[in-house]
Each structure stands twice: as C-alpha cells, then as structure tokens.
Ligand binder design. Structure first.
Ligand code: SF4
Length: 289
C-alpha cells in the first residue's frame, strides 16, 4: 500500500445545473441532481484546496454539471472561497474556468465578470471545442449560432486571462489526425495557444457511442508524437507537446483512482460535499462533510 506523495490538482463543480446548451451526449445528468440553488460551494471545497496545496497541487479547475457562466454568482463565490485559502498559503498558480464558451462571445458579459474573476484569482478560461467550424459547433450545442472562436479568445485575452481550449474527441466530430491538426491550427489562428484534448466517454471511464475508435485515437497520438516535441509526460498517461509553439496536451477523460499509486491526479469536489480521489467516486472517497 503506497502513501500519497502528490495531489496534482482540484476539480470542483459549482452552480446550479442551468445550461445554455442542449447537447445530445450530455453526461452530467446524475451530477445535476445534487446541484444547489444557493450558488454556494460546499464547505469541503476549502478543505480540498488546503489538502491539495499541501501535497504540491498547482491547478484548480472550476466546472459545473451545467454551464458555469450561467451561474456567475456561483463562480464569484467559489473564487472568493479560493481567495480565502490562497491568503493562508494554499495558492494555485493555475485557476481555470471550464466553459462551453457561448456567453464568452458577449463583450458585455466578459466586461462585467472577467475583471472581477481575475481579481479573485482566475488565471485562464478553457473553452470546450467539439468541431472545427463554429456552425457545426452550434449544432453540437443545439443552438442557432455559436460565436466565432476568434471573438471568444479576443474577449478573454483583453482582460489579461489565458486562452485555453479543450478539444473533445468525438466519433463523427474531431476523431482523426487530419481533423485534429486542422482544429489545432484554427485555434492557434484564433488566439488560443494552450490546448488540451481527450476523448469523450462515460463518467466511469468506459467507452460510449461518442468515443472515437481505438485505432483513430492511436493515430492521433502517433501524429502528435511524430509532429510535435514532447515537453513532459503525465504519470497518469498522455503528455504535453510543443506543436509549432502551441502547447497541446492529450490525456484521458478520467483516471480511475489506484490506491497502490503514490499520487492523485485530482481531488474532485462534488456538490453534495463529497471529495473524491477521482471523478469515479466509488472506491475513491477522500472525505465528506
Ligand atoms: S454544454 Fe455541457 S452541461 Fe450543457 S448540455 Fe452540453 S454537455 Fe451538458
């Protein structure tokens, strides 16, 4: 049995389950059931931050069972909690907000919230990308129009925040080396130079009908290996590459907790107050309220 030496990051769910998208493959149904109506974080959020920081954690990711920007007060409250523990020394150099990006196309929305969130410690906004073109991205999200990627990233950058993208590899969407290369080059032209990617799957890490074929995933990894320089690997698999000056990270959707390992990829703070060693919480409970 190994002792835990490192807890790399914290991922926390926030807000109500409200969402301005309507994706056919939305996997958040179970998580939505415990989303609170008061926009507050569970008390275990601050404990998880302190614990991860003590074990060398450097990255905090804020996400939601809906769309976090549809619960802006919840984002503000989560960042206020973070500020409190950061002042005590539990500081995270990377604080990322994960979003579908729809509201980030609005200059008015960005002017209202991004300066406040930046003051409270936010460092980057990560936009989920499912398709190369904005028209097809709109179809995936079940909306009429999706903002231009360049508009979104220019709104984020104007407020001094890092522009990040999460490319979701999906069968019939971005699922070949060719489409992967095209989307990376488009995102780079649109002002985003820090891209993470992983295949869509079930929250328990199993494959589903949207997961690209194993062969195509292998070809995408091989393409990266042959066309980019490996900057560093991840102990849980995958790594970060330099592709013509753009950071491209490829990894798995979730990592199952292995009690024999001496590291934890991320602590996950669920909205019922449970803190788990993984998104797959069965057999991975760290503590509860
Ligand atoms: S944007 Fe996210 S939460 Fe909203 S419907 Fe799509 S997958 Fe579900």
């Amino acid at each position: 049995m190994a002792c835990i030496e490192k807890i790399y990051s914290v991922s926390a769910l926030l807000g109500s389950s409200a969402c301005n998208g309507n994706c056919a493959f939305c996997a958040a149904k179970e998580l939505k059931k415990v989303a609170p109506a008061d926009n507050m974080m569970p008390s275990t959020f601050k404990s998880a931050l302190r614990l991860s920081a003590r074990y060398g954690g450097w990255s905090l990711s804020l996400t939601s069972s809906g769309e976090p920007t549809c619960s802006p007060l919840a984002v503000t409250n989560a960042l206020k909690d973070y500020q409190e523990v950061a002042r005590e020394g539990a500081y995270f150099p990377n604080v990322n907000l994960f979003t579908n990006g729809i509201l980030l196309g609005s200059k008015k929305f960005c002017d209202k919230y991004l300066p406040l969130w930046k003051r409270l410690g936010l460092t980057a906004v990560a936009v989920s990308i499912h398709e190369i073109s904005e028209d097809r991205q709109a179809k995936v999200y079940g909306i009429v129009r999706y903002p231009k990627y360049s508009e979104i990233f220019s709104n984020i950058r104007r407020h001094g925040l890092q522009c990040r993208a999460t490319v979701l590899l999906r069968k019939g969407g971005i699922d070949t080396p060719e489409s992967y290369k095209t989307v990376i080059e488009k995102l780079k032209r649109s002002g985003c130079e820090n891209i993470s990617s992983w295949p869509i799957g079930n929250p328990d890490s199993t494959r589903n009908e949207s997961t690209p074929s194993r062969l195509n995933l292998f070809k995408i990894r091989l393409w990266l290996k042959n066309n980019a320089l490996l900057c560093h690997g991840h102990v849980w698999g995958g790594g970060v590459y330099d592709y013509k000056g753009t950071l491209v990270r490829i990894t798995d959707y979730v990592t199952k907790h292995d009690p024999k390992k001496d590291y934890v990829r991320q602590l996950v703070v669920f909205q019922d107050g449970t803190v788990a060693y993984s998104w797959i919480r069965e057999g991975a409970i760290c503590f509860k309220t």
